[in-house]
Design a binder for this molecule. Structure first.
Ligand SMILES: [Zn+2]
Length: 232
């Protein structure tokens, strides 16, 4: 698969879906990250934030693109849809990850809306949660137990946000994945909302053995038949 992950600012994508992106890379999918804004004017200055983002993309194993819009001024209309259209076309994305639409940050809302328009022909569109997301009701969960360390490492690459100004709380990130994992009945999960998810049905390798090794049980249909006979 070809994967396009879109975020308004440096570290947004890592917070929302780095665990899933690392899983994609593991199975050989091509992953591209598109950061819509120019680097935020954080305490370390402009160059350093760009370098942090480049480092994080290398940890994930993703190609990195920049949208080039001014921080806090990402437009919701034609200009950003055009950037996203070009990214979807050039990557041939089968799946798009982007901010969930309900958010207090105007850049996140604009990015989400524009990506929604640009991915009108994309088979799978998954919305990830940000710290500023307001309402969020996920229905798709990706198991990130095996990539949790990688997700935290990618976030640690954003040194100025993690260490210098404590904008990113790694403990809270891990606890959040554990919480969503418990909701999904697995260990650690990243949660997603979706407006379209075309599911390619494949048989998991383990399912065959599990099925064969299961002890034969009474035919449930026979049981139903006897119940219905009794009730007559
Ligand atoms: Zn952001």
């Amino acid at each position: 698969m070809r994967v396009l992950a879109v975020g308004a600012h440096p570290d947004d994508i890592e917070l929302g879906c780095a665990g899933a992106l690392l899983r994609h890379v593991e199975v050989g999918d091509e992953v591209t990250m598109l950061v819509m804004s120019e680097v935020e004017h954080g305490p370390q200055g402009v160059v350093s934030r760009a370098q942090e983002q480049e480092h994080a993309a290398r940890i994930i194993g993703a190609q990195l693109l920049w949208g080039g819009f001014p921080d806090n001024e990402i437009p919701a209309g034609r200009a950003s849809v055009a950037v996203l259209d070009a990214a979807v076309r050039s990557t041939g994305a089968d799946i798009v990850y982007v901010h969930a639409p309900a958010d207090t940050h105007q850049d996140h809302v604009a990015t989400s809306q524009s990506a929604h328009a640009a991915s009108r022909r994309t088979a799978r569109v998954l919305y990830y949660q940000s710290p500023s997301t307001t309402t969020f009701a996920p229905s798709v969960f990706v198991d990130v137990e095996s990539t949790m360390r990688g997700k935290l490492a990618a976030l640690e690459a954003h040194w100025s946000q993690v260490t210098q100004c404590a904008m990113v709380d790694l403990e809270a990130v891990e606890a959040g994945c554990r919480y969503w994992g418990s909701r999904a009945r697995i260990g650690y999960a990243e949660p997603f909302e979706t407006t379209r998810f075309v599911w390619d049905i494949v048989r998991p390798a383990k399912a065959d053995n599990a099925f064969v090794e299961r002890a034969p049980e009474a035919d449930p249909l026979e049981h139903l038949a006897s119940v219905s006979t009794l009730s007559r």
